[in-house]
Design a protein around this ligand. Structure first.
Ligand code: ADP
Ligand code: MG
Length: 370
């Protein structure tokens, strides 16, 4: 690569000239003795669907509120589009927030709810009407404009809240667990729909969730939060296939850890290792493993039938325990149950073994900060 100007087809992949949509630099937030956010560096690219994933209390909402301007950092800087906004009020920032509880006005129609913010900003009536119609079309609610929120389903209310934010045409939309109030089926539908809306609108989404499947399904990139820090930033595949730390391996998927003597025996070197359950093949103890495979003999101690898949829990001769997943291509629940107590050999491609560090920073496999 040379440092000639990026091609005119778009600058996103070329890097440096494009300022990040959102950049956090050494951001901390203390509430009294509680360090809710403990030194975060992060760059979110324009047009990205970026998720902040982590357990309850890990600091996700506090980070989002600092980007929005509802909370002032104790230390560090917040930049939007390359401009330092750390001390700016929320209404002076080019962002909008969608909250979990939607906060719709019950006495106003859908259209009036969507227009409300523009009215406050004294946008002329004709433009208001046009932009509200566009926003309602973007969330596919044109036919519901005259209804009150009470006359809508949960998913439709969610989309009104989204339209109310989109109508302001923010360059960044912040969403704090926006699907949390929906039942599972609707959630899965809205995950796909929200992603589609984001792609069509071309707006940067910063999406907070504690649900790993949701983050894996929707995101371009994910930041995994733990106790006020980011343990890893990466694409869904990077975070899932190459977790950087023990925490990430456990929080995103089944961890399947091997350590101590068991690890030394299986891998020839002590350390902390993980292998994803769907990568592990179950074979007969007399079948040799391939030249590029790791293997470990053991006994099936538990068989859990889950419709499409069966989960085999195997205690290894070396000590430790691994879970292997198998698709039920031919087998039924009664077929798989008889495997309990069998002696087997587990085998997996060497490249699917992930070496973990116990804490972030022990190794630097993630791309944060840039
Ligand atoms: P998450 O959104 O990941 O669940 P939060 O950002 O809401 O996490 O909270 C992070 C930590 O900061 C928690 O320990 C929480 O109790 C604490 N916290 C958040 N807001 C406040 C506040 N206004 N006052 C005191 N502590 C707070
Ligand atoms: Mg939260």
């Amino acid at each position: 690569m040379t440092d000639s100007p990026p091609p005119s087809t778009g600058a996103s992949a070329a890097g440096p000239p494009v300022p990040s949509a959102v950049a956090l630099s050494g951001v901390t937030k203390a509430f009294g003795a509680v360090r809710a956010v403990d030194g975060i560096d992060l760059e979110i690219r324009a047009g990205e669907f970026f998720s902040m994933l982590g357990p309850s209390g890990s600091g996700k909402t506090t980070v989002l509120r600092m980007i929005a301007g509802f909370e002032e950092p104790t230390g560090g800087r917040v930049l939007l589009g390359g401009t330092d906004v750390t001390r700016l009020a929320p209404f002076d920032r080019d962002v909008n927030t969608v909250f979990q509880d939607y906060a719709l006005f019950p006495h106003l129609s859908v259209r009036q709810n969507v227009e409300y913010g523009l009215k406050v900003k004294r946008v002329p009536r004709a433009e208001r009407t046009r932009r509200a119609a566009e926003a309602l079309a973007a969330v596919r609610l044109e036919d519901f404009a005259a209804r009150r929120p009470a006359e809508l389903s949960g998913g439709q209310r969610q989309r009104v809240a989204l339209a109310r934010a989109l109508v302001n045409r923010p360059s960044v939309l912040l969403l704090d667990e926006p699907l949390g109030a929906l039942d599972l089926k609707l959630r899965l539908e809205m995950q796909i729909e929200l992603k589609q809306i984001q792609r069509e609108a071309g707006i940067t989404f910063v999406f907070v969730t504690h649900d790993q499947d949701e983050a894996l399904t929707m995101s371009d990139r994910i930041a995994v939060f733990n106790a006020g820090r980011i343990e890893q930033v990466g694409t869904p595949a990077e975070v899932y296939e190459h977790p950087a730390t023990e925490f990430v391996a456990g929080f995103v998927g089944t961890s399947n850890l091997l350590q101590g003597d068991a690890a030394a025996q299986v891998f020839g070197e002590p350390g902390l290792y993980s292998v994803r359950p769907e990568k592990v093949r179950i074979t007969h103890p007399d079948d040799p493993a391939g030249p590029d495979e790791c293997s470990a003999p053991g006994t099936i101690v538990e068989v859990v039938y889950a419709g499409a898949l069966t989960r085999f829990v195997v205690d290894l001769e070396a000590g430790g325990r691994l879970v292997a997943l198998r698709q039920n291509v031919e087998e039924s629940s009664t077929d798989v149950a008889r495997h309990r107590g069998s002696t087997v050999l587990l085998a997996w491609q060497r490249r699917h073994t992930v070496r973990l560090s116990a804490r972030p920073g022990d190794t630097t496999p993630n791309d944060n900060p840039q």
